[in-house]
Design a protein around this ligand. Structure first.
Ligand code: UDP
Length: 251
């Protein structure tokens, strides 16, 4: 590792590890090749996934930053690693849906592929043990993990991210079906977009393919055993790289 040295492991999740560094207010995130689905009941290791998702996330964070969205991202380190600002993660999974798919169609009589205009904003309580339950606004208020102003700011940021991602992906013929983001509070209290944005956390359909399986370029290929997972992720990376400048290197 160049511009900093690695400290202790702070947190290990399903797809990433977070380490302290020798610099205050800087942590290093390692993107793993591990793939999980259905609350980690399905597992695999996909060679190259960590590097691919790290690069896609870096490029996307930089696109969003240029649009005025505050993120935790500071720069890339070596392959599979980025440097970010530490945040107190808000225990919410914030999902924006532009087109009906996934759990929405399993839980409600809405046909996959139905356009959702305006987009749906769905909040889930981030707790694997509880299976990340859906939150009504009343339950969110009862839970008290965010106050009404923070709830408002989270919603506004999620919709701003949606506009940024739709512009980016749309410019390279990728339909942004839905995505999940996580947010956190930095030490100065500011709300930052955190975690990652990648084919692990977005549904992306290829507008250049009409076949309903062939068009899938995201983690649904893994969830549904469609094969070609890394080819799909690589295609997303290639297209995004085609319209973005080289990502910055930290330090
Ligand atoms: N998602 C995610 N992590 C989760 C749950 C969902 O990144 O723990 C993403 C998922 O990839 C999709 C969006 O959030 O892009 C909406 O997922 P959905 O609620 O439809 O759940 P799923 O069908 O994936 O179980």
């Amino acid at each position: 590792m160049t511009a900093f040295s690695l400290g202790s492991l702070l947190y290990e999740g399903k797809a990433k590890r977070v380490f302290a560094t020798d610099q205050p207010d800087r942590v290093a995130v390692e993107f793993k090749d591990d793939a999980t689905a259905f609350n980690a009941q399905k597992r695999a290791s996909l060679a190259g996934k960590g590097a691919c998702n790290c690069l896609i996330s870096a490029l996307i964070f930089e696109v969003l930053e240029r649009r005025g969205i505050a993120t935790h991202y500071l720069g890339l380190a070596e392959e599979r690693w980025m440097v970010v600002r530490p945040v107190q993660v808000v225990p919410l999974e914030v999902v924006v849906r532009n087109i009906a798919a996934g759990s929405l169609c399993r839980q409600l009589p809405i046909t996959e592929g139905t356009a959702l205009e305006p987009p749906l904003l769905d909040l889930y309580y981030k707790d694997d043990g509880l299976g990340d339950p859906f939150l009504s606004e009343a339950r969110l208020e009862r839970l008290g993990v965010v106050n009404p102003d923070q709830r408002q700011a989270i919603g506004e940021m999620a919709l701003a991210v949606n506009l940024g991602l739709r512009d980016l992906f749309g410019s390279v013929d990728l339909e942004l079906v839905d995505f999940k983001i996580e947010l956190g509070f930095a030490s100065d209290g500011s709300l930052l977009l955190a975690d990652e944005i990648s084919p692990d956390t977005c549904r992306l359909w290829d507008r250049r393919q009409s076949d309903s399986s062939d068009r899938i370029l995201d983690k649904d290929r893994f969830r549904q055993d469609l094969g070609g997972v890394m080819e799909a992720y690589g295609e997303v990376l290639k297209r995004v790289q085609g319209v973005c400048p080289e990502p910055r290197v930290y330090g």
